[in-house]
Design a protein around this ligand. Sequence first.
Ligand code: SF4
Ligand code: SF4
Length: 228
Amino acid sequence: MFEKEIEAMLRSNGASLVGFSCVESAPSPDYPEFKYAVTIARKMSDTVIETIDGRPTMSYFQHYRITNTKLDLLALCVVDFIEERGFRALPVAASQSTPYAKGEYRGIFPHKTGALLSGLGYIGKNGLLITEEFGPRVRFATVLTDMPLKAQRPMINDGCGACLICKNACPAGAITGENYVVGAERGSVIDAKKCSDHMKTYNDVGRGAVCGICVAVCPKGKNKAKKG
Ligand code: SF4
Ligand code: SF4
């Protein structure tokens, strides 16, 4: 019943997309008591993404960081909104590289799960959420909650078809080239360790925390940028 208010508040403060889902079928392993999720998406700048040419740039690293910060602030607004109405709300940071998860390559809750279940997009061969509006040029934050939310419908996954552009562009060889099937392990499409290890080779760009090549080359995002 609060979905419209939450969405209006988020959009007026700079969210690009907002999704609501029931995550009972795929809860956070750490906090399974939260059955609902608010997914907040923020579009990344096309101009900044296009500075990535075979390797990440400082512009991309800085934009990535500030986008995460913006998303975390938007999540904070949702937490306040929900708690003021007597429910519990747990923010899941846009970037989840927490020490406890070191070596595990997972966070508290995958943003992609909430985004997928709320119909914001489908999971592409690059392992990223591909949105209708912006392709993979978006970042996410999530708020897990016990506030009952009316879930939106998942999108029909039209997949990437025969496209292999990101697989061929990935310098780490981390992308398998398989289409993602709902419920499959993430490893079926992307080797998270290879990806993470490769990012560390860019230690001159934000000490090796970003890459973004598979975001920049994806035609789903590029086509949108041209239209815009
Ligand atoms: S972020 Fe870079 S290393 Fe990781 S999958 Fe994409 S292109 Fe490959
Ligand atoms: S580059 Fe092609 S295969 Fe990779 S995510 Fe984009 S559409 Fe899918």
